[in-house]
Design a protein around this ligand. Sequence first.
Ligand code: F6P
Length: 532
Amino acid sequence: MWDKLKARAAEVENRPILDLMDQDRAHEFSVEACGLLFDYSKTNLDAETRDMLIAFCDEAGLRDRREAMFEGRRINETEGRAVLHTALRNLDGGPVRIDERDVMPKVMGTLARMEGFARSVREGTFKGRGGPITDVVNIGIGGSDLGPAMATQALAPWHDGPRCHFVSNVDGAHIADILAPLDPETTLVIVASKTFTTVETMTNAETARAWMAEKVRDPAAQFAALSSAQDRTSAFGISETRVFGFEDWVGGRYSMWGPIGLSLMIAIGPRAFRDFLSGAETMDGHFRSSDPIESMPVMLALVGIWHNQGCGYATRAVLPYEQRLARLPAYLQQLEMESNGKRVSMDGEVLPVDSGPVVWGEPGTNGQHAFYQLIHQGTRIVPCEFMVGAQGFEEGLEHQHRLLMANCLAQSEALMRGRDLDAARASLGDRFTGAELERQARHRVFPGNRPSTTLLYERLTPAVLGSIVALYEHRVFVEGVLLGINSFDQWGVELGKELANDLAPVLSGEKDSAGKDASTARLVDWLRASGA
Ligand code: F6P
């Protein structure tokens, strides 16, 4: 399958996308669903290649695999776990079973408890020592940080609860800077950690507890925990009434729909949080019931497979134009790279093809003044995923939103069209002649024919954000199925964790660097000599 795809990519490599762009293409190479429009007409995909990719989905057993996920079968085979983040947004509460056991009563019960707690914090009936809570600090990392941090920023117009802050880095500067302006007597600390063992999170949680203890006699009374490890949350001293649990079938990077979303729920309120869940639920329904060609997640995935495994483009840029989506690229980096950055297939064999691409990005117009130069004229092709809403929120600044949209659309057009040597010469007018004109013109050539997709939505509401995130989750799932890998484990982060534990006592001087390689030993020596 991969050889066929690569051969097809080589065949059409130099074909101008513009040549494919007849009147029907924009409709035929786009999907509209769940209030979103996904346009992939500005890629080099043609109907024949798309059919080939869709046939791969059948070969890979996508339909069965998709049902296996929704039905709670243990598709995370290396950890023996089901993958049921979709149950967290199954708002009608219909049964979802793992080994005959319906998980929904517990899911709905936890959601109701979260809502009760969020209301009490927002309404001021849950108080800190100094009165109603003014600030919430979520301490977590990876999936226990990126989701709620990204969504809380994205949904700022709905933010009518206490201020929410996010601490993740074990660098003491992060927590120190966040806590410095806060009053411990009116702060709620939420320790978000599925395992409740993650060193960064537990270290920051202890720092926060010590900070609070200076002013608050019983600091644990102003702590809540989001975790699957209730024994550890109790050992930390957090009352069960403020512990919100979830089970091992919720992966860290897929967890913001449940308890890990508590800080977001406190920020925007339970009703808006339910809208967020319902947006994701709508996308789940669309994914589960649509044929590949009409399925937005499947087509987004197939474009990704075409660009990465077919055409060999090693990275993909995610370029949301709205500033409030500034953390979306970081969120998607974890979602996509921790899920599909694998080297062996489900059966342990080395992959015959590259796994997931490097995902990166920044909000649109800022990126235009930073790295778009390389995207337009560099020697490597970077498929771009643009996204923008039709409406902003800022009354009186509609003209700025129009400029934002114009910039977004202009970039994908420019990437596709480019500018040839004649046009470059013409753009110089009569400023140069002869050889100097040629030299100057060459610098102004844009090769064009660079692929991009565009995702449009009406407005960045909680429901729309829910749909967008679920779209990307399912995209990752489909790409993982085609690659034959397990998208739901993350063994690749373990080795570094173990070695960091090993190195901490070497840096503090409790242990020597015996057994370390010469480079690491020298770096340790240098840091110690410099005051570490
Ligand atoms: O980076 C590895 C990882 O396990 C992520 O998958 C997870 O989101 C993160 O660490 C945090 O884990 P926890 O929620 O258990 O603290």
